[in-house]
Design a protein around this ligand. Structure first.
Ligand code: TRH
Length: 391
């Protein structure tokens, strides 16, 4: 039996730099590997408190726990003694987080040595196509790490998309009673649910007050659902009260409701239940692409406005046929002035049905070569095969 034909065991290392996106992505990756490929997965996470916000089953005090089939280990520091037999077939570090030195030594001592991947951040920029799957030799140990870049085309590593997701989304969106039952959990009334529903998840600095003003005086009744902690100052100003879960207020044609921060699977339902989603970072951005509804993306801000380059690269592949969407997203991210917020929103609003109609074609084109986990396991198989042939 060749190793390359067996489902590998894996370890994923995640350092939560800021917010939830990093653990959000690693948690999806771990669950999909475990549930769809029967892989033994250990997820090492440094920040269990952030993890608990998206996965309430997590016990932040536990050094090791098993959640939904995945072994979760608290990655407390760079110390610790490891042995070759502690190392699985594949080690994935998320976003170049540095593995404990003794863990690396144990990786080099293992026979055969593990496949080592650096799972990188998502961008539509061209340069990733030249870097996806590139090897990098360890400066001292007999180890090679390979870069794995998620992406939107066949020259990159794909996007996370679990089996059955599309069927679940379709069933939910075609069952008005299920949508209403979900929204009612947060106090949404049937009358509120008839109008346009928008979810709002953004970084500080987004022109939320101007958007609220546009919706207040717009023609369409709008219900904006905001998870607790998002745009707290602007939401508090609108409510005239603390922006805590359960709070709501209506001014003009806009109702704003604060939701609790949702478990990750419920957040998908929120995206599916809304007509438009404002999302941010990486993971909610990808999930909005699978929701089949138009979205506005707030990209994670970087020094020297590097993020504007990334935003433009995405808009060039995603919004070529929708200039009003591109213009609104550039304005929302401060990449170009949004002099007249209402005019920019109204222009976008008039093409929302066309944008929604493109969602299926976009999903199919991104998934043409398969989902990320399938492609990642193919790459692992290739590397293990090459290793076997070189022995
Ligand atoms: O948390 P983020 O701002 O994450 C970002 C990005 O990952 C970015 O690449 C990284 O560099 C930066 O952090 C430091 O946004 P993101 O990626 O959308 O992740 C949010 C996660 O939280 C996602 O998994 C969805 C989840 N979520 C919930 O589970 N419940 C909620 O109510 C909300 C609003 C989000």
């Amino acid at each position: 039996m060749f190793l390359s034909s067996l489902t590998p065991s894996l370890a994923i290392f995640c350092k939560v730099i800021d917010n939830y996106g990093d653990i959000g992505i690693c948690w999806r990756l771990a669950r999909q590997l475990c549930h769809e490929h029967a892989a033994g997965v250990t997820l090492w996470v440094d920040d269990l408190i952030s993890f608990k916000r998206i996965c309430p089953e997590i016990d932040p005090a536990a050094a090791q726990q098993r959640i939904q089939g995945v072994t979760v280990r608290h990655w407390q520091d760079q110390e610790g003694q490891f042995h070759a037999h502690d190392i699985p077939d594949v080690v994935i570090e998320f976003f170049g987080c540095e593995l404990p030195p003794d863990y690396q030594r144990a990786m080099a001592a293992r026979t055969p040595r593990p496949v080592w991947l650096n799972y990188e951040g998502l961008t539509a920029e061209d340069w990733v196509e030249g870097c996806h799957r590139l090897p990098s030799m360890h400066p001292r140990l007999r180890l090679t790490k390979h870069f794995y870049f998620p992406g939107f085309n066949a020259r990159t590593g794909g996007l996370l998309h679990e089996a059955g997701l599309e069927a679940r989304r379709h069933a939910f969106q075609h069952e008005p009673a299920a949508v209403m039952a979900f929204l009612a959990r947060f106090g949404v009334t049937a009358a509120e649910a008839v109008g346009r529903k928008v979810s709002l998840f953004c970084y500080p600095g987004a022109p939320v007050t101007a958007l609220f003003g546009t919706w207040c005086s717009g023609a369409t009744p709008t219900l904006c659902l905001v998870p607790e902690g998002v745009a707290p100052e602007q939401v508090a100003a609108f409510l005239g009260a603390a922006p805590v879960a359960g709070a709501s207020a209506t001014h003009g044609r806009l109702t704003v409701r604060v939701l609790p921060f949702l478990p990750q699977d419920d957040y998908d339902l929120l995206l599916w239940a809304c007509d438009v989603n404002v999302v941010r970072g990486e993971d909610s951005w990808v999930r909005a692409q699978w929701a089949g509804r138009p979205f506005v993306w707030h990209i994670y801000p970087q020094d020297d406005n590097l993020h504007h380059k990334k935003l433009r690269a995405f808009l060039a592949v995603y919004a070529q046929q929708a200039p009003a969407l591109a213009a609104y997203m550039l304005g929302w991210n401060g990449a170009q002035p949004l002099h007249d917020h209402a005019a920019a929103w109204n222009a976008l609003e008039s093409v929302l049905p066309d944008i929604a109609a493109q969602a299926d074609a976009w999903r199919q084109s991104v998934l043409a070569k398969g989902d990320l986990v399938t492609q990642l396991l193919d790459f692992v198989r290739d590397l293990r095969l090459a290793q076997e042939n070189s022995v």
